[in-house]
Design a binder for this molecule. Sequence first.
Ligand code: ZN
Length: 324
Amino acid sequence: MKILYIIPLAMMLSCCSSVKKQNNIASGKLDTQLLKDVEVLSLDAYQGRKTGTKGAEMARAYIIERFQKLGLKSYPPHVNYAQEFIFNDRKGTKVNGTNIIGYIPGKGNNVIVVSAHYDHLGVIKGEVFNGADDNASGTAGLLKIAAYFSKNKPNNTIIFAAFDAEEMGLQGAKAFVGNPPIPVNTIAINLNMDMISHSDKGELYVCGTFKYPDLKRYIDTARTDIKVSLGHDDPKLGRDDWTNQSDQGAFNAKNIPFLYFGVEDHKDYHQATDEYNTITPAFFSKAAEVVLDVVKRVDNQTGLQQLLKNKMIMRDSPQTPQKF
Ligand SMILES: [Zn+2]
């Protein structure tokens, strides 16, 4: 008799899962590799990927292996993409950090830096802060974009930068712009992802067009499958101005144009519950597509000279006169 009960239950389950599948198809295909990358990087075994820990080292090994499989190049003297740096933490203790910097060469001298930090908060009071959204998600987005351009060669050189020590004050990004493997004035733009996988409202923000309105042309805000909003970049917003709150801030400090992609803070932000099972997979798959779409559009801009010209206009604005 039990079997008779089990069969209808099994039929019911398969029915439900096919309905669920149809909904997923209707709302867009889930990106399995993207989800796998987040799932792995936010496993308990990675111990929250705090800078200088064994967990961060494991995360690096995973990202390096993915970079190698995608055929990304490494800048000498970096070995296996590793850019090492030392900084003082907030208590003044010296900490070793390691960025992972790969690239795909383009035709001209201009460089696009696509970035995401891979570090997170580690283990706090015995609890692993897995950092699935913050920022295994951006790291997975970076790998997705690298995979696209490894098959479709870009016009411009694209650097894929997985930064360390963002949580300790954008330290990896600061080390990169302070000692880049290419001349800093060839960096046309930074496109940074930090928290792109968790939004119950289905809303992704793109920050940076307040300072660089011309960059709006690269962003498709008319998408109907996901809400793409511009904002969180007006200095009048105070703490809600995200301009310098993630790694793009280090580029902004050098007057390098930037766009930052991220969601608003959610209940799991900087909590131990920021885990793989609390992200929103359908939203995440689309959000990563949005970022890839922007990178493609920026890369298609002829020579990127217009961007560089805009940068000069910004520098020449009346508030900050240039001295020659
Ligand atoms: Zn973050």
